[in-house]
Design a protein. Sequence first.
Length: 276
Amino acid sequence: MFCFALVDALAKFVALQYPANEITFFRMLFGLAPAFAMCMRGRPLRERLRTLDIRTQTLRALTLLAALGLFFAGLPYVPLSEAVAIVYAETLFVIVLAPLILNEALRGRDAAAAALGFVGVLLIVRPSSDQSAWYGPLLLILSAIFGALSIIQIKRFRPTDDSSAAVLYFTIIGALVSGISLLFAWRTPTAGALAVMVLLGILASAGQLLMTMAFRQANASALAPYNYTSIVWATIFGYVVWGETVGLVSSAGIALIVGSSISVAIRRKQAEGPLV
């Protein structure tokens, strides 16, 4: 989560000057080398890729890529901590979408927690008649929806799917798709901006691998509370770098999103019991 928080801060820095698809492309491009390096140990890479469930991995890659691009696009319009909090509403969208896609049961307590979390999103966004004020939050909400779809795809991974190979596959697909998008929007980066994007790609790949490994090694419900530590880092980075502060209403919204998500994680952990 610390890696992802650094990625978010770096992305906001360059998103103020460069289009979101370009940032996404460089994040993928410079993430290829670390992703390949992560696959060099253990089984041969060809064998790892051959055992992947390509359909599920492709759906996951495309939904996660969409979530990433939409997040970068929304960053310039919203304080960093609020942007991260809105995107973390993806957990709440998982609650709503999982019964439709995975045929999971929707429990009343989960539905109530999701409703409270969505109230938190509204407190952060604070809808108004000004259409320009909606643009950034709308992009971030869409990012959260696609992020939820990518999480649902993780639940469909085969037991034989290799975490390192999954990260590499996502990075390759992301680089190809975002590379094609450069035909429609491009601005030649300066050396400094390019250096930031290099670091962004390396940190994002490291964070992606760590997250994928964590979800494969432990119960997702048990890990969920740790996700929200990145909001703390985002608040610190936003204040130090851009002088952003979080108001009382937004703080209440963030608390509702985090609190409702953690309550669902705790409830599911209790229902599923300890891991064997």
